[in-house]
Design a protein around this ligand. Structure first.
Ligand SMILES: Cc1cc2nc3c(=O)[nH]c(=O)nc-3n(C[C@H](O)[C@H](O)[C@H](O)COP(=O)(O)O)c2cc1C
Length: 337
């Protein structure tokens, strides 16, 4: 027996376990500190004026307007703070960077917002002239006529959802208007089976779905979430999508729950769409206190990390969705060699 093995065997097993636990804790702390440094260095947490950060803020803000316009009954004049922030960021961005597909979609959305308000006798002359001035600065950017809302018909969406995968993916939108009617258990199970087919690290299958049908509990859960105003209460079904942390074993896997849980959630959305249902993810990037409160309300175990909530319901015969335009392919697909 080597000296190393003899030394190891001379230490009681209990101490060896404690030592391993301490070493893992120290590793975890070091990794979290590194994550903290990377995040604060590269994210928009502290850096407010870099071009990609302003771009992200413009995307986020104009999408707030798109989402508002995609409700069954948008409130005339909604979101004045979003409009003010968007105008300010668009001016700065156009000064720094010039026009591109992001500014075009944002300006198109502002124009859709103006049209909606004009239909409700809110002409908003000052905003119109700011918008015209921004549109004039847009000249020369790549044509990209997206941004605002899109009118759809249930029959058209369901026909596409029943087609090949490219059609299924292209015809899924976040839906924020629902027709009355119960989502059948059969349809829900079929969608969850799609989610279960998502790949996961070493096939650990950490994904879980909690279906909430009780109206009272739905409302109590949705009250913890910020992004469902104006449509959450129309959903027939609220899903809590989570991943079990107990499936992950090493410090290196500390974010695997969100990777596997994200893939699981995406497959669930496609599954719901393939069933001809409408759905909208509801963001759950929250502080731990808010997370604890939701878990307590829902009665979820501590080892569950919540990925998101999802509002689900039947599609109205005709409805609008936020266009949520995508970046040009060249910004996403890069060939390295
Ligand atoms: C994790 C996540 C959280 C989201 N949270 C919300 C939300 O709280 N409220 C909302 O109306 N939309 C929410 N969305 C929907 C996005 O706005 C939408 O997916 C995006 O604009 C792309 O549009 P599409 O889903 O129609 O393709 C969320 C999407 C994701 C992936």
């Amino acid at each position: 027996m080597s000296l190393k093995s003899r030394l190891r065997n001379s230490v009681p097993a209990r101490w060896r376990r404690s030592f391993r636990a301490l070493r893992a804790d120290l590793q975890l702390m070091r990794e979290l500190l590194i994550d903290w440094r990377i995040f604060r260095r590269w994210s928009g947490l502290h850096e407010q004026d870099a071009q990609p950060v302003i771009e992200a803020r413009i995307l986020k803000t104009y999408h707030r307007l798109e989402k508002g316009l995609a409700l069954a009954q948008p409130r005339p004049g909604f979101g004045p703070d979003a409009v003010a922030l968007l105008l300010h960021d668009l001016d700065t961005y156009l000064d720094l960077h010039g026009p591109d597909h992001v500014t075009r979609a944002a300006i198109n959305t502002l124009q859709a917002y103006l049209q909606f308000n004009a239909r409700h006798d809110l002409p908003m002359a000052a905003l119109r002239s700011r918008c015209d001035a921004l549109a004039a600065r847009q000249d020369g950017a790549a044509p990209h006529a997206e941004g605002g809302v899109l009118a759809l018909q249930r029959a058209q969406v369901q026909a596409l959802a029943a087609g090949g995968f490219e059609q299924v993916a292209a015809s899924r939108y976040s839906v924020r208007q629902f027709a009355p009617g119960t989502v059948s258990q059969q349809a829900l199970e079929a969608a969850v089976r799609c989610a279960m087919k998502a790949p996961s690290v070493c096939n650990r299958q950490s994904g879980v779905v909690y279906a909430v049908r009780d109206r009272g509990l739905q409302q109590r859960l949705l009250a913890h979430q910020n992004g469902n105003r104006g449509f959450g209460d129309q959903a027939d079904l609220v899903l809590v999508v989570g991943a079990r942390l107990t499936s992950f074993l090493t410090v290196g896997e500390r974010y695997q729950a969100w990777i596997d849980g994200g893939l699981f959630a995406m497959s669930l959305l496609h599954g719901l769409h393939a069933q001809g249902l409408g759905s909208c993810c509801l963001n759950w990037s929250v502080m731990r206190g808010q997370d604890r409160a939701l878990k307590r309300e829902a009665g979820l175990a501590d080892d569950i990390e919540i990925m998101m909530l999802v509002a689900v319901g039947h599609l109205p015969e005709q409805f609008t969705v936020a266009q949520s335009p995508r970046r040009p392919l060249a910004e996403v697909l890069h060939t390295l060699g």
